[in-house]
Design a protein around this ligand. Structure first.
Ligand code: FAD
Length: 228
């Protein structure tokens, strides 16, 4: 299907959101993603296809990409995306993905590295919009204090006492002890980890080593980025 760009929003100095109008009605669950093809002249070796979480919540109606730009060393795909103007089109298909909440009565630990916050934005905004229970501790690590979606997430936390945000600014990292201390206060939490691929793999190993069973660990990894 074709998606037409409606508008671009600067989220932080190097992160932008692209909001699209879909040619067909898309129904997605918060946490799912779309597959995109953006043909452009002289593509580099990473070529023309990518996957992006739908950073908008379903109630916002329009699908959105939120992504980081590594200017000037970024891919030709990202340059072509950044150059899209309102009215321009991109090819997409989906939605797909199982990085979705299963039972809202569960307690959840969300672990996000930088741009890995995108599925959590969609999940949390939809829960807040629907006035559903938000039983979530978000451990959020970032390279600096420009946390993506900071204002929106803080607002949800201010209205929902069972949603707590724990921030880690590099070089401070989310350590096993931070997770253990939190887990001791929660009943059989479900873990959701999202971020650059090496980060997600490291946390998956850490959680398994801590004795968390596989069915309680959900991961969403973003290839092509280094660790936060
Ligand atoms: C299910 C899923 C969901 C995803 N959701 C998101 C999301 O919501 N937001 C998001 O941003 N990403 C998401 N991703 C990752 C996304 O698809 C890209 O892989 C990622 O954004 C990196 O993009 P890029 O390759 O264009 O590199 P860039 O972002 O341009 O650059 C990233 C790094 O790679 C280096 N680099 C760029 N091009 C090259 C090259 N040709 N050769 C060597 N090094 C290079 C850059 O210098 C920089 O250090 C998701 C991936 C999956 C599988």
């Amino acid at each position: 299907m074709k998606l037409k760009l409606i508008k671009k929003i600067d989220v932080t100095h190097d992160v932008k959101t692209f909001i699209f109008e879909a040619q067909e009605h898309i129904i997605w669950q918060p946490g799912q993603y779309l597959h995109y093809v953006l043909n452009h002249p002289n593509p580099d070796d990473r070529e023309a296809e990518r996957w992006f979480t739908i950073s908008n919540a379903p109630y916002e109606v329009h699908p959105a990409i939120t992504t980081r730009f590594a200017n000037p060393s970024g891919s030709t795909f990202k340059k072509a995306l950044e150059n899209l103007k309102p009215g321009d089109e991109i090819e997409a298909d989906g939605p797909k993905g199982k990085f979705v909440l299963e039972d809202l009565s569960n307690q959840h630990v969300f672990i996000a590295g930088g741009i890995g916050i995108t599925p959590f934005r969609s999940i949390l905004l939809q829960l807040a919009h629907d006035k559903q229970p938000i039983n979530v501790d978000l451990l959020y690590a970032n390279r600096d204090d420009n946390f993506i979606f900071d204002g929106e997430l803080e607002e949800i936390a201010s209205l929902n006492p069972n949603f707590r945000i724990h921030k880690f600014v590099s070089p401070k990292k989310i350590e096993e002890n931070d997770i253990k201390a939190l887990a001791d206060t929660l009943k059989d939490p479900k873990y959701y980890v999202s971020g650059p691929e090496p980060m997600v793999e490291a946390f998956e190993q850490m959680l398994k080593k801590m004795g968390i069973v596989e069915e309680n660990i959900h991961t969403d990894f973003f290839p092509g980025y280094e660790m936060e």
